[in-house]
Design a protein around this ligand. Structure first.
Ligand code: ARG
Length: 462
């Protein structure tokens, strides 16, 4: 059984069931590289403050580097439940390697500031990696949008075919949404970029540690101004998990769109086989399992937000052991997102557009009903009247088989009035996109402008 870091005042040994329950090593081992990094900076700070000799500090730093290299070998210990957490494991390993000197390292710090700083370093690294991976995914989507510029499809509202749009326009809406997730992640990263080490258990330390130097060494933007707040704060974890859920919800939308658009009767997408699975019974099946799993994963990401907020609700100020439970949802959220991001890139790269089906999606000229109403408006008819007249034309079309152009000319002229003569020329849904005028619209030149804008922004990721 490992020696407890706090064993001195206890006569009885910890209950084995509680010891197992208490240990977070199996989870927080993911903090190991960051704990080692912060420990090195702390050792150096103790050396500079004269708390330990420079030589001791040097030995400790070298041993921590050695542990960093040997982490794969240490992984065998991560399953141990007699060791409370990764901080205890690292210290025990350090003692094993350098003996006496190692016992000097914990001066002026507590696991309360130690875990906080390691978690912040972990978040910074992983947030930046996720942000970059989002940019890479955006670049893949932009490339696909560029390649599909000529394809017009049925845009929908309420899941009903609404107006023709460019498929590229649809793809670019994902790039916008992902950009918002990325900025939420980046803002979170900037807000949590604070050195909390040096706060001790809650009140700071009587040892002359230069926190500013530690901040520089660890690359934080600032030093926490209040030790009590520093050790008790985990709002940066809830915010991180929220930012990941923000992305997860966008993922779930993409997954649902692709799910719908690969249905034979509905859409024009042919998903890459690599992301589909078959059925154990029905030999013909090609199921979009990645999309379903990704859509489902957002529920875990959202649930982790709830877990984190609930964990902190009503907690008194300062460190409380409850906070140990923050790690599982945090790591799980990162794990899911980091796993899904490159697969989404495969999805966008490998999905083929079936031009015939895209074309079929806009076959019904009712999709140009708004164009017809706008043509009436241009000819001087108030929009409400135009809407009413075209609505009546739709009614007549429904009776005549569904197509607006099939309404007998005399009847149509009566319904629409005399202002628009060549009304049937307005009804080609494929031309509808060219009539759009506004910035950000689906007009091909506008979409091309969007593509050019993103190519510039994401320049480094192509
Ligand atoms: N492993 C703990 C955590 O994740 C840090 C240890 C603090 N423990 C303590 N008894 N003060 O929050």
């Amino acid at each position: 059984m490992a020696k407890k870091l706090w064993g001195g005042r206890f006569k009885k040994r910890t209950h084995p069931g509680f010891e197992r329950f208490s240990s977070s090593l199996g989870v927080d081992c993911a903090l190991a590289p960051f704990d080692l990094q912060a420990s090195k900076a702390h050792a150096a700070a103790l050396g500079r403050a004269g708390v330990i000799s420079r030589a001791s500090a040097g030995r400790i730093v070298r041993a921590l580097d050695g542990i960093r290299k040997d982490l794969p070998k240490l992984a065998g210990s991560f399953g141990r439940r007699d060791i409370e957490d990764i901080h205890s494991l690292v210290e025990a390993e350090l003692v094993r390697r350098v003996g006496e000197d190692a016992k000097r390292l914990h001066a002026g710090r507590s696991r309360n500031d130690q875990v906080n700083v390691a978690t912040r370093l972990y978040c910074k690294t992983h947030l930046l990696a996720v942000e970059n991976e989002i940019s890479r995914l955006q670049a893949v989507i932009v490339r696909s949008a560029k390649a599909h510029q000529g394809i017009v499809v049925a845009g929908m509202t309420h899941l009903q075919k609404a107006m023709p749009i460019l498929w590229s326009h649809w793809l670019l809406c994902y790039v916008e949404a992902l950009e918002r997730s990325k900025t939420v992640l980046a803002d979170t990263r900037k807000r949590l970029d604070i050195l909390t080490l040096g706060s001790g258990a809650l009140a700071g330390t009587g040892l002359a540690i230069d926190r500013e130097a530690v901040r520089r060494e660890l690359g934080f933007a600032s030093v926490s101004p209040n030790s009590l707040d520093a050790v008790g704060s985990r709002d940066f974890v809830s915010e991180t998990v929220y930012a990941l859920a923000h992305l997860g919800v966008n993922f779930s939308r993409i997954a649902e769109d692709f799910m719908i658009l690969q249905i034979e009767e509905m859409g024009w997408l042919n998903l890459p086989e690599e992301l589909c699975t078959g059925s154990s019974m029905m030999p013909q099946k090609k199921n979009a399992d990645f999309l379903e799993l990704a859509r489902g994963a957002s529920s875990i990401l959202i649930g982790n937000c709830t877990a984190l907020f609930t964990l902190q609700k009503g907690l008194p100020s300062s460190y409380n052991r409850d906070l140990q439970w923050d790690k599982e949802p945090l790591f799980r959220s990162f794990g899911l997102v980091e796993e899904m991001l490159p697969i989404f890139a495969v999805l966008f790269k490998g999905t083929k557009v079936r031009a015939d089906r895209a074309h079929r999606s806009i076959a019904n000229d009712q999709l140009a009903a708004t164009d017809l109403a706008e043509a009436l408006v241009t000819a001087g008819v108030p929009f409400r009247d135009a809407h009413e007249r075209v609505g009546k034309l739709v009614q007549a079309a429904e009776a005549a088989g569904g197509s607006l152009r099939e309404v007998p000319s005399a009847q149509a002229a009566l319904i629409l009035g005399s202002q628009v003569k060549n009304w049937k020329t307005v009804l080609d849904p494929a031309l509808s996109v060219n009539r759009k005028r506004t910035t950000g619209s689906t007009r091909p030149s506008e979409v091309a402008r969007q593509i050019a804008r993103w190519e510039k922004i994401l320049n480094a990721f192509f």
